[in-house]
Design a protein around this ligand. Structure first.
Ligand SMILES: Nc1nc2c(ncn2[C@@H]2O[C@H](COP(=O)(O)OP(=O)(O)OP(=O)(O)O)[C@@H](O)[C@H]2O)c(=O)[nH]1
Length: 748
């Protein structure tokens, strides 16, 4: 029988695991010191807040032998939550990179924050990994932020595993989680395990593929576990049925497995390797998602999750073909910058092609050349020096000074040109433009979109003597976190911060105090409105000046017009009439690139409340640039022209909306709905969850959600919960706009 054969293989497989205490596996390195790509897995851990990412990561580090003790979130001593703020608040703020060896493979793991305010961190991390583990809280299933991070992983086309954690909780429901995964994440779950509970306590899992019980004995912090055959006949038949269901499902997607079944004329006698290969192939194609379970906190199931990472998630060379245009030249992506007190800025780079060595150089988006003075292996805030890191791996580099999170880094200008040429996007021009790298990034589909700020506030140092120190601290934090916006308000003379939420801005303030010893003052939190225009507005502008004896002059004619949708729309276009083309043909590509930059930059500040302009584009009709005019002058002139057109245009405010998912016992539905209607909310859906709960999906203006979580708790006697995420902007009517303007200007 299939099961008997699978038993032997599987028990053998589980028993022959490599001793996990090996701290360094020499045999995974190539002769040049790099690690073979086949032996690397780069994974991100994603989840709704508090599902157990940090706890699971901590177990992985411990079982792999990378750490000697098990950190606990509650005790504030975990490896990945190393910022003081994270330890105090028990949440992940920054994604942290850790690497460890497991069964002769290197796993580089990025633990990401679960709170919506730190979505940008998740986005950057996903650009650096090849697969993800999505963790669910077994008692809560798929939650609002799970759906958000799942969507992010979709955008990066990342194969995934699901780990249903917290299965030790009485209210945990594995089957409900599987239904949730199918319905809410619109994917095909492949359950590889079933829970084993004894006296209500989770003691192990049934490994469906091998039809064995895997039991953790509760000793030595879950290090040891054993696989034993299933003796109970009923249970055995039940597991067998699950296995056949699984093979049946996979055979519809995997030809080799289908062929084997046809040849055997049954599901029996199918080799375990064929089933494993089918799961792997279908996972890589993102047709299915293997689902595992356990309890990280109670030390059950994590080792099998680590095995599955090796078995089912892709190696670096199974993805990332878009970087083939670089051949063997070094190319990588900066997924994070941190500031270490002793080592200065540390740039974390995922290498896709080539090799980076200590002492070598690379170029960045800003065109600057950077030198890698030292390279370290990732272990959160600990550092172990290495000489190089190659394609598929992650390296922490000390030395680069201006690289920012999200930068594409390339060996040198020649390598960049060669890659552009291979992609045939260099055109005939031999002139370097400031947009070369952007062009490449957009061609490769690597452009990172920085989410819009939803809140802003002013920030001031305790004394004017500390302004420079504060500016430097903010610059450093912004290099780490591009979702923090910083601008100088010329009218008030204040520095203004824009962020993803209240928590985001509070954390920035706390970091400035704890890491830079500046007790800065934050002004009141204000909503980040956007602005748009109702109808096209055209204007002409001439900028003339004499700088160091050289006459600078730019004359231009432009229109700003509304767009129906901003998706994929070009925000700067040239008028294609014959007359316009005649005027524009004299402009060199580099001058046009600077002009475009200046014009687009001016769209960052609308005339009403200084909000970013949305849903509009610029058309250039005519441009004349005097001989010898410097590029920065061209850029500034374009910006002045746009600002002047905007001042005369009819603009409107757009307010940020939030999407809310509220889970409440049914009896509290009426008062919650009544309260929402007072908040200008738009109800999208009210559905039943389980026998006694309702789930309300609703869109509401951020301006109306001040203290909402507290109010909800009061209305529902503490039983309802809400998760929120930004959901675009929508126009205000005249009355609400006038009120918003008064509030923003401090007039009420
Ligand atoms: N009962 C139970 N509690 C768990 C389990 N795993 C984690 N926890 C607890 O759940 C809480 C959140 O765990 P974390 O590991 O910080 O979760 P996280 O997903 O990293 O949280 P954020 O990064 O802040 O989103 C902590 O109090 C953990 O001790 C589990 O398997 N069972």
């Amino acid at each position: 029988m299939l099961c008997n054969r699978l038993h032997k293989v599987a028990i053998e497989r589980l028993r022959t695991r490599v001793p996990s205490t090996a701290r360094h596996c020499r045999y995974i390195h190539n002769s040049d010191g790099t690690i073979s790509e086949k032996r690397i897995r780069n994974i991100g851990i994603l989840a709704h807040i508090d599902a157990g990412k940090t706890t699971t990561t901590e177990r992985m580090l411990y079982y792999s032998g990378r750490t000697d003790m098990l950190g606990e979130v509650k005790l504030g001593n975990t490896v990945t939550d190393f910022l003081q703020q994270e330890r105090e608040r028990g949440i992940t703020i920054c994604s942290a990179a850790v690497s460890f060896n497991w069964k002769e493979h290197r796993i580089n793991l990025l633990d990401t924050p679960g709170h919506i305010d730190f979505t940008m961190e998740v986005e950057q991390s996903l650009g650096a990994v090849d697969g993800t583990v999505v963790i669910l809280d077994g008692s809560a299933g798929v939650e609002a932020q799970t759906v958000t991070v799942w969507g992010q992983a979709d955008r990066h086309r990342l194969p995934r595993l699901v780990f249903v954690n917290k299965m030790d909780k009485e209210s945990a429901d594995y089957d409900a989680c599987l239904v949730d995964v199918k319905q809410k994440l619109s994917t095909v779950p492949v359950p590889l395990q079933m829970p084993i509970k004894e006296g209500g306590k989770l003691v192990g899992v049934i490994d469906v593929l091998s039809s064995t019980k895997v039991i953790w004995d509760g000793q030595n912090k879950g290090r040891s576990y054993k696989a034993i055959p299933i003796n109970d006949e009923d249970l055995h038949d039940q597991v067998q049925e699950k296995l056949y269901e699984l093979i049946d499902l996979l055979s519809g997607m995997d030809d080799s497995l289908a062929q084997a079944i046809i040849e055997a004329n049954s599901f029996e006698n199918i080799k375990l390797n064929l089933v494993l290969d089918a799961i792997r192939n279908c996972t890589l194609k993102q047709q299915v998602v293997p689902v595992l379970l356990g309890s990280s906190y109670k030390n059950v199931g994590v080792q099998l999750l680590m095995d599955s990472v090796l078995n089912f998630l892709p190696t670096p060379n199974e993805r990332n073909q878009i970087y083939d245009c670089f051949g063997s030249d070094f190319v990588g992506k900066v997924f994070k910058v941190t500031h270490d007190k002793q080592r200065g800025p540390i740039t974390m780079i995922r290498a896709f092609r080539g090799m980076a060595k200590k002492g070598s150089k690379f170029i960045t988006a800003t065109g600057g050349s950077e030198t890698i003075q030292r390279i370290y292996e990732p272990l959160a805030d600990e550092y172990r020096e290495i000489d190089s890191f190659g394609a598929g791996n992650i390296g922490l580099c000390a030395g680069p000074k201006s690289t920012v999170t999200g930068d594409l880094v390339v060996a040198n200008a020649a390598a960049l040109k060669k890659a552009l040429k291979r992609l045939s996007i260099a055109g005939d021009s031999t002139e370097e433009t400031p947009d070369d790298e952007l062009l490449l990034a957009s061609k490769l589909g690597l452009q990172t979109t920085i989410p819009d700020a939803v809140y802003f506030c002013s920030i001031e140092p305790p004394s004017s003597g500390q302004q420079t120190a504060l500016d430097n601290a903010l610059r450093e934090i912004q290099r780490e976190d591009p979702s923090l916006r910083i601008r100088y308000d010329e009218v008030t003379g204040q520095t203004v911060l824009g962020g993803m939420g209240q928590l985001h801005l509070e954390i920035v303030k706390s970091r400035i105090l704890s890491e830079y010893r500046i007790d800065a003052d934050l002004g009141p939190l204000q909503i980040a409105y956007k602005e748009t225009l109702d109808e096209p507005s055209r204007g002409q502008w001439t900028a003339e000046k004499e700088i160091a004896g050289s006459r600078q002059s730019v004359t231009m004619d432009m229109t700003i017009y509304p767009l129906v949708t901003e998706d994929n729309a070009e925000r700067f276009v040239l008028d294609n009439s014959a007359e316009a083309q005649e005027s524009l043909k004299l402009i060199r590509p580099r001058q046009m690139a600077f002009f475009r930059k200046g014009a687009l930059a001016a769209l960052q500040r609308g005339p009403k409340l200084g909000g970013q302009l949305a849903n509009c584009a610029i058309k250039l009709h005519a441009l004349t640039i005097g001989r010898g005019t410097a590029d920065p002058f061209i850029m500034a002139a374009a910006a002045q022209c746009i600002s002047s057109i905007l001042r005369n245009a009819s603009c409107r405010l757009l307010e940020p909306d939030m999407f809310l998912e509220i889970v409440t016992p049914s009896e509290y539905l009426p008062p919650i709905l009544a309260d929402l209607s007072r908040r200008r909310a738009r109800i999208e859906d009210v559905a039943q969850r389980g026998s006694s709960n309702k789930v309300i999906k609703v869109n509401a203006p951020l301006a109306e959600l001040d203290d909402y979580s507290t109010v909800l708790r009061t209305i529902s006697s503490g039983t309802a919960s809400v998760s929120m995420e930004p959901n675009g902007h929508s126009p205000l009517n005249e009355f609400d706009e006038a009120q918003a303007m008064r509030r923003a200007l401090g007039l009420e």
